[in-house]
Design a protein around this ligand. Structure first.
Ligand code: ADP
Ligand code: MG
Length: 393
């Protein structure tokens, strides 16, 4: 997806105010009634409608009049809100070329004021099934669980929390710099995804390092769950960095062993095929093998000394709650089954009235951002008040 940020420069304060109002309305509407946008934005003299037209022209919102006259944010609109917040915080100053596209994310280079290049990952959870979900759920007023904004924001929050925690525990991961809405900013890894690497000086050593990581993760109570040649970066010195963490689970997950074995198998298969390493055909469940892969047999999940609880502790500390995790799990499971259901209770804090009352929050956002533009600091304040539409919890 192309990200033309030139438009960003031409958007006025009113434009962002209305865009934020649409975001807020999306807490309880897939399509936000125009009249509600107007009430939240509370611009004078019907100004909201003129602004909406401008936002529509720039594809920041989508107009839908099939059931009633209303709007929703587009990915681009959500991207702009996150980017503007980050730019105001001084995290980066400009957006460059796209360096990666996944099924559920887009990755761009961004540059800081002093020219340092960083990586920006925009999560697109629900991109695949968004249409199906939307068509069923337009009228469900309190179903944040399938809202792609909400899910993408959770994915980003989880990824950021993990990256930070893993870094603190000495794992080779990008440096986690900041997170807002569905957007994660991290250091740019020099090198290539393993899938692009045709030759290695020392494939055995790289292989050992990578399998060592899977084992060390499990010792810390974690399983990557998508540990493969696309999510492992290799630089010219054959240093390994792992990326892409939204799907990680705890070793206490009911399918933990299957996920662990699958991660291990991916690596064995890839190195066998690409670098002709040969391995013993060892059964997974043998607990005689332990974390030792010297003999070319698969490490055994059962015999690893796992410290479960890491995940819960670290994530709780980051503000990513077990409820957030449950929401993500639910989405992922239901998504793969092709149905989306939720058993969320009706939540009175998500009524239109509560959101319009919460317009105070909008004033706060703007005030903070003005302060922000002034001194470029006070991150905590800003973060709390600009967290975005899906963040009400
Ligand atoms: P997805 O969840 O969509 O698979 P990833 O986090 O795996 O997203 O990123 C997709 C691609 O973007 C990666 O395969 C890699 O090529 C590139 N990429 C992601 N993060 C970085 C980074 N920090 N530095 C350099 N390239 C990155
Ligand atoms: Mg990936």
């Amino acid at each position: 997806m192309k990200l033309n940020v030139d438009v960003l420069r031409y958007l006025s304060k009113e434009d962002f105010r209305v865009l934020t109002a649409v975001e807020m309305g999306m807490r309880n509407h897939e399509i936000v009634p125009s009249e509600l946008v107007d009430r939240i934005a509370s611009l004078k003299h019907g100004g909201t409608y003129k602004v909406l037209k401008n936002l529509l022209k720039h594809k920041l919102v989508h107009h839908d009049s099939s059931k009633y006259d209303g709007f929703r944010l587009t990915y681009l609109g959500y991207d702009f809100l996150a980017i503007k917040t980050m730019v105001n915080r001084g995290v980066f100053a400009s957006v460059g070329r796209q360096i990666g596209v996944g099924k559920e994310s887009d990755i761009f280079e961004v540059a800081t004021e002093d020219g340092t290049i960083l990586a920006m990952k925009l999560h697109r959870l629900g991109r695949v099934s968004f249409r199906a979900v939307k068509s069923k759920r337009d009228y469900l007023r309190h179903r944040r669980s399938y809202n792609w904004l909400y899910l993408s924001r959770l994915a980003a929050l989880k990824e950021f929390a993990f990256m930070k925690a893993l870094e603190e525990h000495g794992f080779p991961v990008p440096n986690a710099i900041d997170c807002n809405r569905h957007c994660v900013i991290m250091s740019l890894i020099q090198g290539y995804p393993l899938v692009q690497v045709k030759e290695l000086q020392n494939p055995e050593a790289v292989f050992d390092r990578i399998i060592g990581l899977v084992i060390r993760l499990a010792e810390h109570g974690l399983i990557h769950c998508d540990f493969n040649e696309f999510n492992i970066m290799i630089d010219d010195d054959e240093k390994v960095t792992m990326i892409d963490f939204p799907q990680m689970v705890s070793v206490s997950h009911r399918n933990a062993q299957m996920y662990f074995d699958r991660d291990v198998e991916c690596i064995f298969k890839f190195f066998g095929k690409r670098f002709n390493l040969s391995f013993e055909e060892e059964a997974y469940n043998s607990d005689s093998v332990g974390g030792d892969v010297e003999d070319g047999s698969r490490p055994s999940f059962l015999s690893i000394n796992k410290s479960a609880g890491f995940l819960d502790r670290e994530l709780a500390a980051s503000g990513f709650t077990t409820k957030d995790q449950a929401d993500m799990d639910k989405f992922i499971e239901e998504d793969s089954a092709g149905v989306a259901v939720s058993d969320d209770e009706e939540d009175p804090s998500n009524s239109d009235e509560a959101i319009v009352r919460g317009t105070d929050a909008l004033h706060l956002v703007e005030q903070t951002e003005q302060v922000q533009e002034g001194d470029g600091q006070d991150e905590v304040n800003n973060r709390e008040s600009t967290e975005g539409g899906g963040s009400n919890e």
